[in-house]
Design a protein around this ligand. Structure first.
Ligand SMILES: [Mg+2]
Length: 165
């Protein structure tokens, strides 16, 4: 169960502040795209994202995008934000996280993984050995597969919250 629990659960990416990362000794972030930095298939970042990136950059935090989505989706979005990226990452498998950490040139202890899904972002980040930050999805999904995943996540989050009281 522990592997499915995030280190921190926040309402949105703008709630993640450099002070928190400094407390952890984290100097780099591995960022998800869909429902983390913007909604699914949306080429425009969420309004809070550009300012948040500036705050992180000023604090000396290195960042990379790691997405299970395909290059035609991920590449233009990453370029728009001036971030390096890996697409088709196969999260939660560790190989994409290892590659991202190499690109950040940081050990896993100094990295936090940020995303909206427990079974990809949180599980993958925990297996890899980084800190994990789970965000509430920007917008609820409508496909049956996503609704199933969100229902399973809800049960896990209820236990997580009970443990963190
Ligand atoms: Mg996502």
């Amino acid at each position: 169960m522990r592997l499915l629990y995030p280190t921190l659960y926040l309402p949105s990416i703008a709630c993640l502040q450099p002070e928190q990362l400094q407390r952890w000794g984290v100097r780099g972030l591995i960022l998800d795209v869909d429902n983390t930095l913007t909604t699914h298939d949306n080429p425009v970042p969420h309004p809070e994202v550009r300012h948040w990136l500036e705050v992180m950059r000023k604090a000396g935090i290195s960042m990379i995008i790691l997405s299970n989505n395909h290059p035609p989706r991920v590449k233009p979005f990453a370029e728009l934000l001036g971030l390096p990226f890996t697409a088709d990452a196969a999260k939660p498998l560790p190989k994409g996280f290892r590659r991202a950490a190499r690109e950040l040139n940081l050990p896993k202890e100094q990295i936090a993984v940020v995303g909206d899904q427990i079974f990809t972002d949180v599980l993958g980040g925990n297996l890899f050995g980084a800190k994990t930050v789970l965000l509430q999805p920007i917008q609820p999904e409508s496909t049956w597969f996503f609704r199933l995943k969100r229902r399973l996540e809800k049960g896990i989050l209820q236990k997580y919250k009970a443990n963190n009281k």
